[in-house]
Write a protein that binds this ligand. Structure first.
Ligand SMILES: *[C@@H]1O[C@H](CO)[C@@H](O)[C@H](O)[C@H]1NC(C)=O
Length: 210
């Protein structure tokens, strides 16, 4: 865990303010600064991680993780299967790429990387998930258009993101803000900015759990 957190701190261009907290459910690193927008422009296809920004909250600087076809903040273990044996096979943050067409993928050195979708229907209420291989998206699922703004903040069709506490292993589940402030019966959800941070190192190619 420390290796991943440390490399994330390095690529964020920030010094680690403190080592990992001892609790197993708090894997979020501490940062003193966020990357400056001008030095971190992310081109189509370039791998990036995502940090949550919501000052004075438990999710400020939380890393975005992927598991069980869903997206989380502060997930202690994704249990992904990763290609690069020199890195932990259980990376604790997810690596993404954004295509020119506004499609968001989980980074994998594969012809068919796992792909994000959003369900903004009354049923989905902003559900953010991903599909694996030929798996179909839900009936009302959409795959475009994700985009990064000039600060490298991710949005979906102009909408931002929400995180809701008390999800798996003490994590927060991540949703697109579809106008429902507490989607799917959750409570105490918080809006946050999803700041993309370029992976300077060789990115970790992973298959995330379904
Ligand atoms: C990862 O594996 C551990 C150990 O089996 C388990 O406790 C945890 O819930 C798993 N996490 C996810 C996101 O599936």
């Amino acid at each position: 865990m420390f290796t991943n957190v440390l490399s994330f701190a390095v690529l964020a261009g920030a010094a680690m303010a403190s080592p990992c907290k001892p609790s197993a459910t708090t894997s979020a690193p501490s940062y003193t600064t966020v990357p400056s927008p001008s030095s971190t422009a992310i081109a189509a296809g370039e791998p990036f991680g995502i940090l949550a920004l919501r000052s004075a909250s438990p999710i400020h600087f939380a890393q975005v993780g992927a598991a069980l076809s869903s997206v989380f903040l502060n997930l202690p273990a994704q249990n992904a299967t990763c290609d690069d044996g020199t890195k932990p096979t259980t990376a604790d943050y997810a690596t993404f790429t954004l295509s020119e067409d506004g499609e968001l993928y989980l980074y994998a050195a594969s012809a068919t990387p796992q792909q994000l979708f959003v369900d903004r229907s009354g049923m989905g209420q902003g559900k953010l998930g991903y599909t694996t291989g030929a798996q179909p998206i839900p009936r009302n699922g959409e795959r475009t258009a994700f985009s990064l703004d000039e600060s490298d903040d991710l949005s979906f069709n102009g909408a931002g993101f929400l995180a809701c506490p008390d999800s798996i292993d003490g994590s927060w589940s991540v949703w697109v803000d579809a106008g429902v402030s507490n989607p799917a019966g959750n409570s105490n959800c918080l809006g946050f900015s999803a700041r993309a941070v370029k992976i300077a190192d060789a990115p970790n190619s992973c298959s995330y759990t379904q």
